[in-house]
Design a protein. Structure first.
Length: 362
């Protein structure tokens, strides 16, 4: 999952560096992954619902504490707990984008009512978008909405990339509370809203099309709900029903959530491809796993996102089975298998590697 901020810091003077597009597919690894996909593809509704509801209850309860307490220390602690719990809740949008209808009955609707609409990220913003990131011929190309060669950009691009994520909550509020109603009476604006502001993407060249059929009706319903909610929030802040201080605290907590996700996005891939098509193995090696024994990734890469490289091999496997799949594949493959090369120990090393890469003169 990526934030709804398009970012472009590519430099015209960058010369090509060694890429992974010519790496041949490793048949043993792909065969082992295929076996896991058959064995571990079933979604468990009890896990999905209990995890989501626990995250929502903790997240909103801590949010209430953060905006009502008179203690700075308690407020900061509650704000952090709220951001982490709601970040986990929001991350289920990634599961929804891969979930077949009926796999977890009612989950998509429940998630939108509890999380998507209140936080202005209805699931249509990721559905029918994220799928292009997994397309064999689109990954890492200009047609991939979730890829930029970040490792090949300038050093200043990374802090700007994160800073833009901090502003995402304001941008989403404007998108649904202002641009959506205006676009209903201004056709050119509607076209721009659909194409450029209706997806959680980082590739500024990506343009979205309005879907057709049933999904179009669902999109419009979700968009209407998020718009009504956003207009109500803006109106309540302007009229003083919601105190400005309370609103700013909520905004800061949601901003922390989006920054955490953007930092996770920085280390989800190595970002070294310059637009060439890549084999599945090359895509895997351009992606990142942060498996146990590291514990912190469970917080900054929740709901299976710590196994991002494995997810690119097994996009149909639900998050609660990725750990088991990783252990099985690790045990079944030889030590020199490419599979082991996508595992990293933690966040600091990955961020440092990416930062050093941007400092290389090209």
């Amino acid at each position: 999952m990526n934030t709804a901020v398009a970012f472009d810091a590519r430099e015209a003077d960058a010369t090509p560096r060694k890429t992974r597009e010519r790496i041949a597919d490793d048949k043993a690894m792909l065969r082992a992954a295929a076996e896991m996909a058959r064995d571990l593809a079933a979604h468990k509704p009890l896990i999905y619902w209990s995890d989501l509801l626990a995250s929502v209850v903790i997240g909103y309860a801590a949010l209430v504490v953060a905006v009502t307490t008179a203690s700075l220390g308690i407020g900061l602690a509650a704000g952090l707990v709220s951001a982490l719990a709601l970040y986990r809740a929001v991350s289920f949008i990634h599961e929804i984008s891969h979930m077949k209808p009926g796999a977890v009955p009612g989950f998509r609707l429940g998630w939108n009512l509890l999380v998507g609409i209140p936080l202005a990220v209805p699931s249509f913003m990721y559905e029918d978008v994220h799928v292009h990131h997994h397309a064999r011929m689109k990954y890492g190309t200009v047609e991939d909405p979730e890829y930029l060669p970040l490792a090949l950009m300038k050093p200043w691009s990374l802090p700007v990339f994160v800073l833009l994520a901090a502003l995402a909550p304001i941008g989403l509020l404007i998108r649904y509370g202002v641009l959506t109603p205006l676009s209903l009476v201004i056709p050119p604006l509607r076209k721009a809203v659909i194409e450029r502001y209706s997806g959680l993407v980082i590739n500024p060249a990506y343009r979205r099309r309005m879907p057709t059929g049933r999904f179009r009706a669902e999109w419009l319903a979700m968009e209407a709900g998020a718009s009504i909610w956003s207009i109500a929030v803006i109106a309540m802040v302007v009229t003083g029903i919601i105190p400005l201080k309370m609103f700013l605290i909520v905004l800061a907590i949601v901003s922390l959530l989006t920054v955490m996700n953007q930092i996770r996005t920085l280390v989800a891939h190595l970002w070294e491809n310059e637009g060439e098509t890549m084999t599945v193995t090359a895509q895997y090696l351009d992606s990142v796993n942060v498996p146990p024994p590291a514990l912190l990734p469970a917080l900054w890469a929740p709901v299976g996102l710590r196994y991002h490289a494995l997810h690119h091999l097994l996009p149909s496997v639900p998050y609660h089975n990725l750990g088991q799949a990783h252990r099985r594949i690790t045990a079944s493959l030889e030590p020199d298998s490419p599979y082991h090369k996508a595992s990293y120990p933690g966040l600091p090393g990955l961020v440092g590697q990416l930062a050093r890469s941007t400092m290389v003169k090209r």
